[in-house]
Design a protein around this ligand. Structure first.
Ligand code: FS2
Ligand code: SF4
Length: 549
C-alpha cells in the first residue's frame, strides 16, 4: 500500500504497511484500484458528454465512489470489490450506448483505466499496485494529480450530500468527471494541472454553495443556539458524521420511543437548524472531535450511527452497537441500508437496540454556542461593522478546518487562548473542539468564537468575508482585517483550501503540517502565488497575525 492522502500519514510521508487511520493494506490497495477505475469511467463519461450523452447513474456512482475512499469512511475491501464489478457494468452500458449513438471506439483510443476488466478478486489485488498514486515518474505531476484528486474527492462528498437533499449542479458533476479524466492524460503538464487545481477550488465554492442552499432550504438557516453537552437519564443514540437527512429520519422514527438522540463530532451544528428544534428528544452534543471516539463511544453506552466519515475502527467492547449507513462500512458492523423508492431508511433495529442499553455516562456538562452561519452573522453585520470602525473589533482569525490526533494541534487551543480580546475567531469543521469549550467571552454581545457549522459549511466563512468586503468597501479580499490559520486532516479540507485560493485569499497558515503529497516544487509554487505558510510557534504566528489584522 501507499497512501499519503491525509495529514496523519506516517512521518508526514506515506502509510506503507498499514494506515494510521486503521485502513489495512488490502483495503488501501482495493481503494486505489477503485479510484483508478472511477477515473477510467469518468474518462469515458466525459467523452460521452461531449457528444451529448449524460448518464445520471454514472455521475452518482463516481461521486459516491470517491466519497467512500475519503479518510475514515469505508474500511470494507469486499464492498469495494462489489463496487468495482458494478463499475465494470456501468462502463459497459455506457460504452454500448456511445457506440450505438455515436460510433465505435477502439480500445487503443482509451486509457487502460477505461478498458481493464477482470472477474476474480485475486486479479484486482494483483492489478492494484500498478495503479496507485505513484504511477508517474515526475514527482510534481504526481503531486498535482494527487492534489486534484483529493480536491475532487471533497467536491464529491459535498455534491453527494446536496444530491441526497435533491440539489445538484451540472457544472459540478461535469468537473468531477473532467478533472478525474485529466489525471489519466500523460500529455498534461504542470501548468495544465495547476489550472485544473485552481478550477477545482472554484468548483469547490460552487458545490459548497449548492450544499448550503440544500441545507438551508430544507432545514432553515442555523440560528445562534446554546447546545447542551450534558446527558439525560434515558437510553440514547449517538449520531456522528455529516448527513442531516439521516439525522432527520432518525429523529422522526425515535419520536415517542423513550430514546434520546445526541450528536457527536461534526453533527453538533445540527442543533442550530430550526427544523430540528421541534424534537424534544434531540437533547445535545456528546463528546468531542472524531479522534476521541474510542473513549467517548465506550462511555455513551447506547448505539452509535456513523452517517459519513469520521469512523475509527471500533473497539470490540462497543463494535456490536456501532451502525454504519450510506457510504460508511466496516467489516462486521451492522449496516442500515439505503433508501428505496423514496422511502426513509429503516432505523428500527438500531432504535430497538437502544432501548436495551443504559443511559450515557455523563462526561461533561454545560453548553457550547453554535449556529453562527452566514445568515445569523450577517443579520448582525451593522453591529459588526460599527464595532470594527469603533476599534472594538480589531479583526477576525479564520481557524476552521479539522481536528486530529497530532499532538501539535495544541497550537490551536493555545492560539485561541492567546489572541487578544478584540479578536474574533471564525470557525467551521471539527477544529472548533480545540477551543469551543474555552470561555473566550464576547465583544458587545458578539461571541468571540463564531461557529458556522460543519466543515461542509465552510462556505459561510467565505460568504461572510465577501459581504464584509462589500460593506467595508475594500477592493482586495486580502485587505480585510481577516487572517487565516487553518488546520487540515482529510480531503474535504483540501477542497476548502483550494476554494479559498480560488477566491484570491493569500497568506493562509496551514497546519499542523503541510500535506505530504505536495512536492517541494508544488509547495514553492503555492508559496509564490498564494503566500501559503506552514504554522510556526504560537508566539510568532500570533504576532504576525496581529500585524496582518
Ligand atoms: Fe473534521 Fe475535517 Fe468534517 Fe473531516 S473538519 S476531519 O474534514 O469532514 O470532519
Ligand atoms: Fe495513512 Fe491517512 Fe491514508 Fe489512512 S488515509 S492510510 S492515515 S495517509
Amino acid at each position: 500500500m501507499y497512501c499519503d492522502q491525509c495529514q496523519e500519514t506516517v512521518d508526514n510521508e506515506a502509510c506503507t504497511e498499514t494506515g494510521v487511520c486503521g485502513k489495512d493494506a488490502e483495503t488501501s490497495n482495493i481503494q486505489d484500484l477503485f479510484v483508478w477505475e472511477l477515473k477510467g469511467l469518468a474518462y469515458l463519461a466525459e467523452r460521452a458528454r461531449t457528444e451529448g450523452i449524460v448518464d445520471e447513474d454514472v455521475r452518482v456512482f463516481v461521486v459516491e465512489g470517491l466519497f467512500s475512499t475519503i479518510t475514515n469512511v469505508n474500511f470494507d475491501p469486499e464492498w469495494f470489490e462489489g463496487q468495482i464489478r458494478e463499475g465494470f457494468e456501468l462502463r459497459r452500458d455506457l460504452r454500448e450506448r456511445y457506440e450505438r449513438e455515436v460510433g465505435p471506439i477502439a480500445d487503443e483510443a482509451l486509457p487502460d483505466a477505461a478498458t481493464w476488466e477482470a472477474d476474480d478478486s485475486a486479479a484486482f489485488y494483483r492489478k492494484a499496485p500498478e495503479v496507485g498514486v505513484q504511477t508517474t515518474e515526475s514527482e510534481d505531476v504526481q503531486s498535482l494529480r494527487e492534489l486534484l484528486t483529493y480536491g475532487i474527492k471533497g467536491i464529491a462528498a459535498y455534491a453527494d450530500h446536496a444530491y441526497v437533499l435533491g440539489e445538484q449542479r451540472d457544472e459540478v458533476f461535469e468537473f468531477v468527471q473532467r478533472g478525474l479524466a485529466a489525471t489519466l492524460e500523460d500529455e498534461l503538464d504542470v501548468d495544465d494541472l495547476v489550472g485544473l487545481v485552481l478550477e477545482c477550488g472554484e468548483v469547490g465554492v460552487e458545490v459548497m454553495e449548492t450544499l448550503d442552499s440544500a441545507h438551508t432550504s430544507t432545514y432553515g438557516h442555523p440560528e445562534p443556539t446554546e447546545v447542551d453537552i450534558g446527558t439525560r437519564d434515558r437510553p440514547g443514540i449517538l449520531v456522528s458524521g455529516h448527513d442531516l437527512k439521516d439525522l432527520e429520519e432518525l429523529l422522526e422514527q425515535t419520536e415517542g420511543e423513550g430514546v434520546d438522540v445526541y450528536t457527536h463530532g461534526e453533527m453538533l451544528p445540527a442543533h442550530a437548524y430550526p427544523a430540528f428544534e421541534e424534537y424534544d428528544h434531540f437533547v445535545g452534543n456528546y463528546g468531542n472531535a472524531w479522534w476521541q471516539q474510542h473513549e467517548e463511544f465506550e462511555a455513551f453506552n447506547g448505539p452509535v450511527l456513523m452517517t459519513t466519515n469520521c469512523l475509527v475502527p471500533p473497539n470490540d467492547s462497543y463494535a456490536g452497537r456501532t451502525y454504519t449507513t450510506g457510504v460508511v462500512r466496516f467489516p462486521g458492523l451492522p449496516h442500515v441500508d439505503d433508501r428505496t423508492d423514496g422511502e426513509p431508511k429503516d432505523f428500527s433495529a438500531l432504535i430497538e437496540h437502544a432501548k436495551e442499553t443504559e443511559p450515557p455516562e455523563e462526561i461533561e456538562s454545560g453548553t457550547v454556542p453554535n449556529g453562527f452561519a452566514h445568515n445569523a452573522v450577517l443579520e448582525r453585520a451593522d453591529d459588526i461593522i460599527e464595532a470594527i470602525q469603533a476599534g472594538d473589533i480589531r479583526g477576525f482569525v479564520v481557524m476552521g478546518g479539522c481536528d486530529g490526533r497530532h499532538p501539535d494541534r495544541d497550537y490551536y487551543t493555545e492560539m485561541a487562548e492567546s489572541l487578544p480580546e478584540d479578536v474574533i475567531i471564525l470557525t467551521a469543521g471539527c477544529a472548533k473542539y480545540r477551543y469551543n469549550k474555552l470561555d473566550l467571552g464576547n465583544i458587545g454581545g458578539i461571541p468571540r468564537v463564531l461557529d458556522a457549522g460543519q466543515c461542509n459549511d465552510s462556505y459561510s466563512l467565505l460568504k461572510i468575508a465577501m459581504e464584509l468586503q462589500a460593506a467595508l468597501d475594500v477592493e482586495d479580499v486580502n485587505d480585510l482585517p481577516i487572517a487565516y490559520d487553518i488546520a487540515w486532516y482529510e480531503q474535504k479540507a483540501v477542497t476548502v483550501l483550494l476554494a479559498l485560493l480560488s477566491q484570491g485569499v493569500k497568506g493562509i497558515r496551514l497546519g499542523p503540517t503541510l500535506p505530504a503529497f505536495l512536492s517541494a516544487n508544488v509547495v514553492d509554487l503555492l508559496v509564490e502565488e498564494f503566500d501559503i505558510k506552514p504554522v510556526d510557534s504560537v508566539e510568532r504566528d500570533r504576532e504576525a497575525i496581529l500585524e496582518e489584522l
